[in-house]
Ligand binder design. Structure first.
Ligand code: MN
Length: 502
């Protein structure tokens, strides 16, 4: 994953001419100070660029056009230091195509009770200037995040960081390419969906490729590169006896390294950010890609199994949001339940394709039969996931809209070794509890595939969903089924009335 430092946010300050040059100079100075502090803060993963104070409809309009055309700018942080009559903002906001956050802050943290005069009051007008800006955004039905507090406060920086990371994922999604090897797993419903609607809404394009296209790349892989990659495997993982030099399955390891190199070359050459495979379309491949998919995910590629392009794109977005922060992110599936009374848990896993960024310890490199698909045994990394908070996020196609669903979970350590389960796995307790969470998830039509993360939070996904303009549902400690059912019903009418059947 490339550093997010290639991206920028622009710091925008609204004002007007009425205050005179001295005040506007002061506004500009204060604005530059805030932008500089934000830019220097280690919290923000991108560059923060201060733009000149905006005092006219023309300047606002020009700035919005410039932001739309910028390759680096992921969003605007907008602040009203003074009062900026909001009709001036309509033309600009009408054409603005990138996310913005309304930072409702004030340059001075505290009122200087003993010395406050009208000059201070006239300069520090965020309290009502921000309301004028808020009105026009709400009047225009614009999605944006509103962050309130002093700009040096830690919680404000944290909220801004979350929003910036979501904006980077939004930017990354525009014109992104997802490669689909083969099609959907036959007869599966939830992994299907409207790719045209997804491209219009999220910005990414999904296109299919035959396995033969990939096999050509794999056939071209040189032995010397296979040897080098296998050496890397041996340095990084605990390699099973049968896969070591002289082991009876050594050939399968060389084969899987070859698949990884070919797959990476295909993705790099086509400039893809994510991909899907399916075990039903493997013609020309000896084994379902296991370790190849796992390691490519660890590099930042989005992935969805069984042709699940929506989850591949979501995992990619979560990888971008998580860039440079602690905790991993992976494709995931709710696999098996532990329904012991008072101690209910979910075992999450997949046949192979779980990302080693969520591994607790050095993964073990093993080979086992897949027991589905009728191909040679695939090589895979096996590991457990560390205890701690996490989320499962999913996206589904409701026919007239996309829905993003998040369940906050607590990964637990069971102390069980699972010696006969040869896949990477996580065990978690969903919030508020398994019974409520699974009921809510199923009523919401939530899929079995998710993006799992111990770095990305529900707030990142909420900000992202707002930028994209899709429905967002959260299942957390505050979820009550009666209210959740009503939310589902209300959302049906809201999305029907607000957008119609698209
Ligand atoms: Mn699956």
């Amino acid at each position: 994953m490339d550093s997010l430092k290639r991206f920028e946010v622009w710091f925008i300050t609204g004002s007007q001419h009425l205050y005179g040059e001295d005040t506007l100079r002061q506004v500009a100075e204060n604005s530059n100070s805030i932008a500089r502090v934000l830019g220097e803060s280690r919290r923000l993963p991108v560059k923060c660029i201060a733009k000149p104070v905006l005092t006219s409809p023309e300047a606002i309009y020009e700035l919005c056009l410039e932001a739309n055309g910028s390759k680096e700018c992921v969003g605007l942080i907008v602040w009203m230091h003074t009062f900026s009559p909001a009709k001036m903002w309509i033309a600009g906001l009408n054409v603005l195509q990138i996310p913005f956050v309304h930072l409702h802050t004030q340059f001075y943290k505290e009122i200087p009770w003993g010395t406050i005069d009208m000059d201070f009051m006239n300069l520090n007008q965020s309290a009502h200037g921000g309301r004028e800006f808020g009105f026009i955004n709400t009047r225009m039905r614009l999605n944006r995040k509103v962050i309130v507090g002093h700009w040096k406060d830690e919680d404000i920086l944290r909220e801004l960081e979350v929003w910036v990371r979501a904006a980077c994922a939004w930017k990354d999604s525009q014109n992104a390419k997802i490669a689909r090897f083969g099609d959907n797993m036959r007869e599966v419903a939830v992994t299907e969906g409207d790719k045209v609607a997804a491209q219009i809404r999220f910005g990414y394009a999904v296109n299919g490729y035959g396995l033969g296209d990939l096999v050509q790349y794999i056939d071209k892989v040189r032995d010397v590169d296979v040897t080098r990659l296998v050496k890397e495997y041996e340095d990084l993982y605990e390699v099973a006896e049968s896969l070591r030099p002289g082991g009876d399955r050594r050939e399968a390891l060389l084969e899987s390294a070859k698949i990884e190199i070919g797959l990476r070359a295909f993705l790099e050459e086509g400039d893809f950010v994510g991909f899907t495979t399916t075990f039903e379309n493997l013609h020309g491949l000896p084994q379902l890609p296991g370790i190849a998919v796992q390691r490519l995910m660890a590099e930042g590629y989005g992935f969805g199994a069984e042709g699940d392009w929506k989850t591949a794109a979501l995992v990619r977005a979560m990888k971008v949001m998580a860039s440079g922060i602690e905790g991993g992110t992976s494709f995931m599936e709710d696999y098996t339940y532990h329904l012991e009374e008072g101690n209910m848990m979910v075992l999450g896993a997949h046949m192979l394709e779980i990302c080693p960024t969520i591994a607790e310890k050095t993964p073990s490199l093993e080979i086992h039969p897949l027991s589905i698909g009728g191909k040679a045994d695939p090589v895979r990394l096996v590991f457990d996931v560390p205890a701690g908070p996490g989320i499962n996020a999913a996206v589904l196609d409701m026919g007239n809209r996309f829905r993003i669903l998040v369940n906050e979970v607590e990964v637990v350590s069971t102390g069980q070794a699972l010696p006969k389960l040869p896949v990477a796995r996580a065990v978690w307790v969903p919030k508020p509890d398994l019974k409520t969470a699974a009921t809510a998830w199923i009523l919401a039509g939530g899929p079995h595939h998710t993006g799992f993360s111990q770095a990305v939070t529900s707030e990142h996904i909420e900000d992202f969903a707002e930028m994209v303009g899709v429905e967002y549902l959260l299942i957390d400690d505050d979820t009550h089924l009666a209210a959740f059912k009503k939310e589902l019903m209300w959302n049906e009418s809201y999305y029907y009335l607000s957008r119609g059947i698209g």
